[in-house]
Ligand binder design. Structure first.
Ligand code: ATP
Ligand code: MG
Length: 560
């Protein structure tokens, strides 16, 4: 990537720089991004990806994608494929793709080794008894009655667990650490559970599965991870991460560093909860444009470069906080302002008829073509020819029969500019039986070609338009926040209580200029005066509003 990958300096960079300066491991830097394939990636993961891949890239190292597939029930190959393609879309290429399940055999061997050292034991207690025995903060734990089994007995039992001789949940393997440790994570944590479940990669060959704590650090070590970057909730697990590696005599141990999770206002970033939005049909799927998933944001038209820039900017801190979604949107808007081509589209059409528009020799209305700049920010994007004739579509909002104060758009007797075309003056209206205006009549000034007043007279308003005989019909989805509350679920514990029932408004019969027929799937354009809109990835002539034009983030910053 040509963009700077460096993040504002932070404690992770400081730690990595110090290791490099000290010549540790010859300066070799390796990170990993370890998602569990039980859902698709969301905006929070984007931050972790930017940190994991960014740190590696900035120090000339590599980053591996490791699918942390230790919970067979909830995991699925389709999630794996989705994760791989979402990372690629975000703009990163893993040096390798690995799976925690690649290491099941090694993990098992290491577990036997710990048993042999008297550092792990098979516990026959059930889950409730184990958690009760663990005690609590300031409350000592109680030793399991099975804690002092001999290594030989433990080994024999563990082998039988692996052979599938015991029912699910009937026994676990626990590390033998300290039942009175002030850190609960070290009160004999569970390393293996019996679970006869089909695994998406290992099938039914393992009736026992390692826990996160047992799998994670060891997988890091096997791969040669140097800096294992994760979110703050794993901070209390770090002593356990180190304990396992210390007792396995791993050389060049990886080290774990924790950074703050990314949370956004009006947004949830828990895979479990996102999955339930999909399950319950609240949204159309994981890739619904209202979802904070990478596939949702992609369909919505968020440029990956804007996501990367935002994630770098929010940077790496050790304080959890909720960022304003308006800030993310301002990154998206800035990117699109620079890169998106301009088009004209009328979302709620009203007919405008020019009564003095000429006809040709055969009596057919003349068609003019105006060259309109594709992107004023990028002159090399050129112009396009936009057809114009005497029958046009304008926005219903752009006409008032009786204009309220400060309304400068079209009304009877008022002259306005039709962008890049002509000045027009409304003269009359045509109404239906109910008295609704169905057509506005107007005259145009032939001397105002290109929208310039011949005598320099001022018009207060410039409006977009689409030639009616040339217009294409389109469907446009307008989006609002999926959740009305800044912190969904904060008040009641249930985010669904804060669901916005009007998060999507689908407009059919929109009229768009012919060039939009050629929009490529996923292309984002600016509909002049309306906002940025993404062509749907699958359905032609369906557009999703990515963001509006107004920079709400600037307003928020001004207020604070
Ligand atoms: P969820 O709570 O959504 O299920 P998770 O932490 O269980 O998320 P994983 O698939 O285990 O999801 O996460 C992979 C990596 O992404 C982990 O290193 C995790 O710390 C990081 N990550 C997950 N959510 C966020 C977030 N909101 N902000 C930053 N990093 C995150
Ligand atoms: Mg997780």
């Amino acid at each position: 990537m040509t963009e700077p990958s460096a993040m504002p300096s932070n404690f992770i960079y400081d730690a990595v720089s110090a290791d490099v300066a000290a010549g540790k491991r010859g300066g070799r830097i390796q990170t990993r991004f370890p998602p569990e394939p039980n859902g698709y990636l969301h905006i929070g993961h984007a931050k972790a990806i930017v940190v994991d891949f960014g740190v590696a890239a900035d120090f000339g190292g590599i980053c591996i994608l490791r699918l942390d597939d230790t919970n067979p029930e909830t995991e699925d190959t389709s999630f794996v494929e989705g994760i791989v393609s979402d990372i690629e879309w975000l703009g990163y290429e893993p040096a390798d793709v690995r799976y925690a399940s690649d290491y099941f055999e090694q993990l098992y061997t290491w577990a036997e080794w710990l048993i042999g050292k008297g550092l792990a034991y098979v516990d026959d207690q059930d889950g409730d008894a184990i958690s009760a025995g663990r005690g609590g903060y300031g409350k000592p734990g109680v030793d399991s009655p099975y804690r002092d089994r001999s290594p030989e007995e433990n080994l024999a039992l563990f082998r039988r667990m692996r052979a599938g001789e015991f029912p699910d949940g009937s026994r676990v393997l626990r590390a033998k650490i300290d039942m009175n440790h002030e850190n609960m994570q070290l009160r004999d944590p569970i390393m293996y559970r019996i679970r006869r479940a089909h695994h998406h990669r290992t099938g039914s060959s393992w009736p026992i599965y390692p826990t996160y704590d047992w799998a994670h650090g060891q997988s890091d070590a096997i791969e040669g991870t140097t800096h294992s970057l994760c979110t703050l909730e794993f901070e209390s697990h770090r002593p356990l991460y180190d304990w396992f590696l210390d007792h396995l005599d791993v050389e060049d141990q990886p080290r774990q560093y924790e950074f703050a999770r990314l949370e956004l206002t009006h947004t949830i970033t828990s895979k479990r909860r996102l999955a339930s939005l999909v399950m319950d049909g609240v949204v159309d799927g994981w890739d619904d444009p209202r979802m904070p998933t990478l596939r949702g944001l992609r369909r919505r038209g968020y440029p990956p470069a804007a996501l990367r820039a935002f994630c770098r900017e929010v940077g790496t801190t050790r304080t959890n906080s909720r960022k304003a979604i308006e800030e993310l949107e301002s990154y998206v808007r800035r990117d699109l302002n620079a890169n998106a081509q301009r088009r004209m589209a009328v979302l709620r059409p009203l007919k405008l008829r020019l009564t003095n528009w000429p006809v040709d020799d055969d009596g057919a209305p003349v068609v003019e073509y105006f060259d309109i700049t594709n992107n004023p920010e990028r002159s090399d994007d050129g112009t396009r020819a936009v057809p114009f004739t005497g029958e046009l579509w304008i926005e219903q909002d752009d006409f008032r029969e009786v204009p309220p104060p400060k309304y400068f758009r079209l009304s009877p007797g008022r002259e306005v500019r039709l962008r890049g075309a002509f000045l027009v003056t409304a003269t009359d209206v045509v109404k239906d039986a109910d008295g609704n205006v169905v057509e506005v009549l107007a005259t145009y000034d032939p001397a105002s070609r290109g929208g310039n007043a011949p005598d320099g007279r001022k018009v207060k308003s410039t409006m977009h338009w689409v030639s009616a005989p040339h217009a294409e019909d389109a469907t446009v989805a307008l989006y609002d926040r999926l959740f009305t509350a800044q912190a969904p679920g904060e008040a009641t514990g249930e985010p669904l209580d804060d669901l916005n029932p009007n998060s999507r408004e689908l407009l059919t019969g929109c009229k768009v200029e012919p060039a939009l027929r050629d929009a490529t799937p996923g292309e984002v354009v600016q509909f002049e005066r309306l906002g940025y809109f993404a062509a749907d990835l699958d359905t032609p002539m369906l557009f999703h509003r990515t963001v509006g034009l107004r920079d709400e983030w600037a307003a928020i910053q001004k207020r604070s």
